[in-house]
Design a protein around this ligand. Structure first.
Ligand code: NAD
Length: 356
């Protein structure tokens, strides 16, 4: 075994069915007296339900979280929480809602309890992405890592199937890139492979029965492991392309991950043969890229960027933007090959091995 470093990010995790009942006790443990319960407008009702579980702790439901964590939204929320002497943050929702809690924690150092309802994984990472003047910038800071995460499977049962499959592929992408990261180590490898295994199996069941509690449990468990991978290993070409497509072309986050992942894997496979073989083995397919593409087809996850308005003529600009400030990647980045990758993802083709 080679030498390796492993950095864990501490947080208290409650996992299972009905774990939301731990909310009041956890809020008390964190000395919360008056809390902001953050949701998007669409999950305001779920926010009210959660607020009803806080017993003697006073909740103010704040249903204004928005996609990509715009700084203006955060600044308005910060004024609101100061006016109302808020001493704790509770977020229920996906990565956008968690993003607002993290952005507020970064500015105020208030403690956070996150109740995830998608598979994005942000709740276990010290990463924050914020958007200002249409530019999304991402940084890592220990102060944004939530103190407590309550994974309550029951709260994910209503996640629509279309979002479930895209969000699940988004989670798998974290694990895939951790496996060929330069930060890869046996602990993360274990989490990444088990995360992919759990999600791939669960998603195939959920598409037929979205309320299957065991499958939903496995999906949320897999998403947690994949989130740990995202928080502990540097991400590579796949995430760079998705951040570029989201930031500069306005493409939706999870869906873009789903469409790009098999192609990014095919690109990197020649330089990451071990990761390729291990992912392929977990997915039961000849190659990782083929297995990821087949999974997306089986569960009806997005495979084509064209569905979101990305056109053939956009591939060159996207490649140039991704190359301007690249992330570390196991394989050298070649403009012409990246354009082919993007065109294939645009058209929803099966991933082709882009030979080294
Ligand atoms: P999202 O949070 O934007 O959610 C999409 C929509 O689904 C929202 O309207 C939300 O309210 C709704 N929703 C969520 N859960 C639901 C449920 N159970 N039932 C019904 N509706 C539900 O989407 P996302 O994919 O979870 O998060 C994407 C954002 O998170 C992006 O901005 C991304 O950059 C960020 N992110 C950050 C990190 C990190 O570590 N910082 C990690 C992953 C994602």
């Amino acid at each position: 075994m080679k030498n390796f470093n492993y950095v864990g990010h501490p947080s208290r995790i409650f996992f299972g069915s009905g774990t939301i009942d731990r909310l009041e006790e956890e809020a008390q443990n964190l000395s919360m007296r008056r809390v902001l319960v953050i949701t998007t407008p669409g999950q305001a009702e779920q926010g009210e339900e959660i607020a009803g579980k806080l017993g003697g702790i006073e909740p103010l439901v704040y249903p204004h979280a928005a996609m990509h964590t715009p700084v203006e939204v955060t600044e308005t929320a910060e004024l609101f929480l100061k006016e109302h002497s808020i001493d704790g943050l509770i977020a229920i929702g996906g990565g956008s809602t968690t993003g607002l809690a993290k952005a507020l924690a970064f500015r105020t150092d208030l403690p956070q309890i996150i109740v995830p309802t998608t598979y994005a994984g942000s709740e276990v990472t010290p990463i924050l992405g914020e958007t200002k003047d249409s530019v999304k910038q991402t940084f890592s800071d220990a102060s944004v890592l939530p103190e407590t995460v309550i994974y309550d499977v029951d709260l994910t049962l209503g996640l629509p199937v279309a979002m479930t499959v895209a969000s699940g592929m988004n989670a798998i992408a974290h694990a895939v890139e951790a496996l060929y990261s330069r930060d890869a180590n046996p602990i993360l490898d274990f989490m990444a492979l088990d995360g992919i295994r759990a999600l791939a199996g669960a998603l195939r069941t959920i598409v037929n029965d979205p309320t299957d509690l065991e499958a939903r449990s496995n999906a949320l468990y897999g998403a947690w492991l994949c989130g740990v991978c995202l928080g502990s290993a540097g991400m590579a070409l796949h995430h760079k392309l998705c951040h570029t497509l989201g930031g500069s072309f306005g493409l939706p986050h999870a869906e873009t991950h789903s469409a790009v992942l098999p192609h990014a894997m095919a690109y990197n496979a020649p330089s990451a043969p071990e990761a390729d073989a291990r992912i392929a083995s977990v997915l039961g397919s000849p190659t990782a890229a083929a297995g990821l593409h087949q999974l997306a087809l089986d569960i009806g996850a997005p495979t084509s960027l064209a569905s979101y308005g990305f056109a053939a003529g956009d591939a060159e600009r996207a490649a140039d933007l991704a190359l301007a400030k690249p992330y570390w990647n196991p394989r050298a980045l070649e403009r012409t090959k990246l354009i082919v990758l993007l065109e294939n993802a645009m058209a929803g083709l099966a991933p082709e091995t882009i030979d080294a």
